[in-house]
Unconditional design. Sequence first.
Length: 430
Amino acid sequence: MLSILSNSWALLFGMFLLMLGNGMQGTLLGLRGAIEGFSVDEMAYVMSAYFLGFLGGSRLTPLLIRRVGHVRVFAAMASIISAVFVLYALAPSVLGWALMRLVVGFCFSAVYVVAESWLNDSATNETRGQLLSIYMIVQMVGIVAAQFAINLGDPAGYELFIVISVAVSLSFAPILLSVSPAPVFKASKPMSFRRLYESSPLGCVGTFFLGAVFSAMFGMSAVYGAEAGLTTRQISIFVAAIYVGGLVFQYPVGWLSDRVDRRLLIIGVTAVAALSAAGAMASGGRFEAQVAAAFMIGGMANPLYSLLIAYTNDFLDPEDMASAAGGLIFINGVGAVSGPVLIGYAMSAFGTLAYFGFMGAVMGAITLYALYRMTQRPSVPVDETIAYAPVAPTASAVVVELAQEYAVEQSEAHDAEQAEAEKAEERRIP
């Protein structure tokens, strides 16, 4: 691990600054929107625009990289992000923010692809798994740190917008000065949605619903906090709890994923999230209960993404996993676009606690569908499953494919160990 950090610390630090800026953006806009008097529905469209831009960027970035190269794409997109972060404070209008969020989402998608391509290029067979884990920790820590940085200024002013712009601008230097020559860009052609669905209906449906839940957490949590009357400090704690939970539960869920029937684990994880949401609603808005629910929902939702990918891989040949990952990322993105809009309508119609009601209902729907799928197809034996590999819902196709390669390598190594153990046992039998 020390070797990985010594070789990749600058790139990882740059990604930390990017996540710091992006994490502050969503929370700050949620707070500022309430100050500007924007309605929940209006903020829902503003937040949804980011995920629409992110989805578009994931499709067009490969074309941009092929035309002008990694460095130019990264520098151009990161510069636009930095500029837009300052413009938020100068143009506080619903339409203006929605357009800027669309642009920021597109640019962040491109920045992640480029930065993660360099990260992928620095990985070896020996370091791939550790690099994935460190990268996920850096992402989560960046977003958590962003929530506490919100308390350093007044959301009604412009200082915090300058801070997030500076954080993104500073991320350029360590990334661009530390990377090796631009790697050859490879993008797998996504599998057809029909074939992907036929391979794993639960993987497709679960990933779509999870996209809605994730965008609700990432985009609407601060909006919910402002509407519920929480202070800036309380909102930062509430949002941070979501990602701390994701960091805490990533390893336990991954460990169980390689040892039990994954459909049972999906049912358990989503049921816990749904019950946590129900508990927050039953508490009548008590802050401690909301934070506990955020911790549990985030703790279940974040590793669920990797779990659904691993479950889908169980029904695919290794050579098809990369193309399947591209399809799952797109499905997740479509779900993410719809999440803020739906939750905005729910909060307008039924009150602020509908925030938890929406996430509980969506997680409950995954639970019920997984139960139904258990009646339609036998489970894959645990010793024949593909290894679980951690990946964040914000990751680009580059890191997801890197995780796929790691999962296959781990499974092959496990199979080889088992075969060797069986041979040794046969030799001991007289």
